[in-house]
Design a binder for this molecule. Structure first.
Ligand code: SF4
Ligand code: SF4
Length: 424
């Protein structure tokens, strides 16, 4: 695609980056075929190619150009950031990088209503601090029976507290990110991962000072706050990296996809660029660890019939489509087929709150596809998808590692799970 940036504009790093991405697009439109919002709305401006044009016009126009309106913002807001278009694109267009630049620019030029600003600010403040989120969640769970239907969907019932697995002592050590909402919504996920890796001779532990990966701030256009969270996590992890941890394990694929981009996002920071690159290189989704291990030696017999929902952040961002299915198959689980596995469930970070109608439609379609093979449980790899799908109150939804942990525990007949010592 031809671009028309002035030399002066091209001196700005974000415009140079946008120019590079725009020029890689040959406007063939293949990406529209797999874009969930284009499929639902049928409007070119709600597909990747149309959004790319909108961002080109936005970035090439002058600050006082009145062609940039709330309409541009609406079409960019409706994008799920699912990156399905990147998987389909034959030219390797890095759409998400352009989207970050376009969204920040439209925010600066167009602004938002007081109501939208309040919602976005409230989401950032409520979600990213684990203790605050857990206190709000406990309050919501107490009053859940009184909440109206749509709000009730968003408040999951209290998770069963299964205790925290004590990290075992092994020569192999890995870090795990606790994250912001996962400890409150699904405390068993990291506990289960710790127990399973313990069986494989790997000690998993969290760095207490690490927190939200930064994705929530970053994708709600508070990009500098998001970068501050990245730097804080790097500082929290660095002593452990110096001490020789093998990997930084992510049990939420949304966080994993984001941390894998720290290197790119902090490339201009003279103090953190090198460290960020190293952090990204050390970051692995849980499935990348398990698939390298001798799983067959675990002699586990998973007899539950499962359907796997592969999050967009796992298949499109991290390019790990099929990896969890393969690990579950090696462990003896039977997986039911899922139609259109490439499509987003509508969770997409805070999308289910900022775009509830589209998110609900996508969730219903996804659940119909997942339930077609009549699974007993749906398993997934990201807390956002898990909560969003479970909110419909249909087939139970869990993280896949919980099912593996449960089958391991019952196969071995031991009491690892119940003997785990709760830790603060
Ligand atoms: S498929 Fe790729 S090259 Fe074709 S229009 Fe979409 S982004 Fe551009
Ligand atoms: S990121 Fe997803 S919703 Fe956005 S344009 Fe690409 S395919 Fe469509």
């Amino acid at each position: 695609m031809q671009t028309n940036f002035s030399d002066e504009a091209l001196r700005q790093p974000h415009i140079r980056e946008a120019d590079r991405v725009l020029r890689s697009c040959v406007h063939c439109g293949f990406c529209n075929a797999t874009c969930p919002t284009y499929q639902l709305l049928g409007d070119e401006r709600d597909g990747p190619r149309g959004r790319i044009y909108l961002m080109k016009e936005l970035l090439e126009s002058r600050d006082d150009d009145d062609q940039v309106t709330h309409e541009t913002q609406t079409h960019l807001d409706r994008c799920l950031s699912c990156r399905n278009c990147e998987t389909t694109c034959p030219s390797g267009v890095e759409y998400h990088k352009l989207l970050d630049i376009g969204r920040a620019e439209v925010e600066r030029r167009v602004g938002r209503s007081a109501k939208e600003r309040a919602l976005r600010y409230g989401l950032r403040k409520a979600l990213v601090e684990p203790r605050r989120f857990q206190a709000l969640l406990a309050l919501g769970q107490t009053f859940r029976p009184l909440a109206p239907g749509p709000l009730k969907d968003k408040i999951p019932p209290r998770a069963v507290n299964v205790g925290r697995a004590t990290p075992a002592r092994h020569p192999r050590h890995m870090l795990v990110l606790e994250g912001c909402v996962q400890p409150g919504l699904a405390p068993n996920t990291n506990a289960a991962a710790t127990r399973v890796l313990d069986r494989l001779g790997i000690a998993l532990k969290a760095a207490p000072a690490a927190g939200c990966c930064g994705a929530i701030d970053y994708h709600l256009n508070a990009q500098e706050d998001g970068r501050d969270r990245m730097r804080a996590n790097i500082d929290a992890w660095w002593p452990h990296i110096d001490a020789g941890v093998e990997a930084i394990v992510q049990t939420a694929s949304g966080c994993g996809a984001f941390v894998k981009e720290y290197g790119d996002m902090l490339a201009d920071d003279p103090h953190y660029a090198d460290k960020a690159k190293r952090i990204s290189a050390l970051t692995k989704d849980l499935v990348e660890i398990l698939r390298e291990e001798d799983l067959e030696a675990l002699t586990l017999h998973g007899d539950a019939r499962l359907a796997f929902h592969c999050p967009c952040t796992l298949q499109h961002a991290q390019k790990l489509g099929g990896a969890v299915e393969s690990v579950l198959g090696r462990l003896g689980f039977s997986l039911s087929p899922v139609r259109d596995p490439h499509l987003c469930c509508g969770s997409a970070g805070t999308y289910s709150i900022t775009q509830p109608a589209l998110a609900t439609q996508l969730r219903n379609d996804k659940l119909d596809a997942l339930e077609a093979g009549q699974p007993e449980q749906i398993v997934t790899a990201n807390i956002g998808c898990q909560t969003h799908l479970a909110g419909a109150g249909r087939t139970p939804v869990r993280h896949w590692i919980e099912v593996v942990d449960e089958a391991l525990t019952s196969t071995a007949g031991d009491d690892t799970q119940t003997a785990s010592t709760p830790s603060p």
